[in-house]
Write a protein that binds this ligand. Sequence first.
Ligand SMILES: Nc1nc2c(ncn2[C@@H]2O[C@H](COP(=O)(O)OP(=O)(O)O)[C@@H](O)[C@H]2O)c(=O)[nH]1
Ligand SMILES: [Mg+2]
Length: 251
Amino acid sequence: MNLIVVPTYQEALTIRSLLDHLLEVAALADFHVLVVDDASPDGTASHVAAHPSYRSRVHLLNRPNKAGLGPAYRAGFAWAREQGFEVVVQMDADGSHPVDAVPRLVAALDDADLAIGSRYVPHGCTVGWPWHRRLISRAGNAYVRLVLALPVHDCTAGFRAYRPRALAVLAEEGTHAGGYSFQIETTWQAARQGLRMVEVPITFVERQVGSSKMSTAIAVEALWRVLAWRIQEARTRHLRTQSRRQQDRVA
Ligand SMILES: Nc1nc2c(ncn2[C@@H]2O[C@H](COP(=O)(O)OP(=O)(O)O)[C@@H](O)[C@H]2O)c(=O)[nH]1
Ligand SMILES: [Mg+2]
């Protein structure tokens, strides 16, 4: 059995249609859906609990308060592993990530541990974003690629599929990001642990209803965390070189 994890905060307007759409895709018949809700005041969770497939294929993780995307995904992935799910897909609740592309994303795991639904490879794109949002996303990705030297074009993508091995590596290494930088952290961890990554082109369509939870605090966290990971990486390399030299001297 496989699982699609959907984090939600204030998505009462879109969650029902996303669940319906996911459950009707024939190629996803062996997928369950887990909604991880941070006590949305608009009653998102009650829409999930009222779904006809609730408890059979639709599940709900109620979190006590808005704690950010990172903790929501960590809780969702931990639940997936505890329950024995194999492939895990992550996607937004607002309709931005194409449901019809999920089977393509999962199929890409034939040759990878982590498949990323990418806006920034040939045939990928964003639709409906104002120029400043496009600029922030492009500049953010350029910054991440430069500082962390990652071989991925869309490091901030929230539409992904993981093999169990990738989830195990992430659980072992641990992730700490609070906000959307969780996506960057998982990409960075996957790269440094030698996981195979592949980018699958997707069209990201800006939400038609509800509002974005992106904030300045989330962007600032991403900026400093990326630098902190770079420093951590440099330290690890330095320590490794030192211990190798010591071993050579002893030999
Ligand atoms: N559980 C949880 N979900 C969140 C939180 N912040 C954002 N989300 C969800 O993450 C997904 C992406 O958020 P969105 O606001 O659409 O970000 P944008 O597409 O970058 O503008 C949506 O499904 C949100 O409901 C949070 O603090 N907790
Ligand atoms: Mg969105």
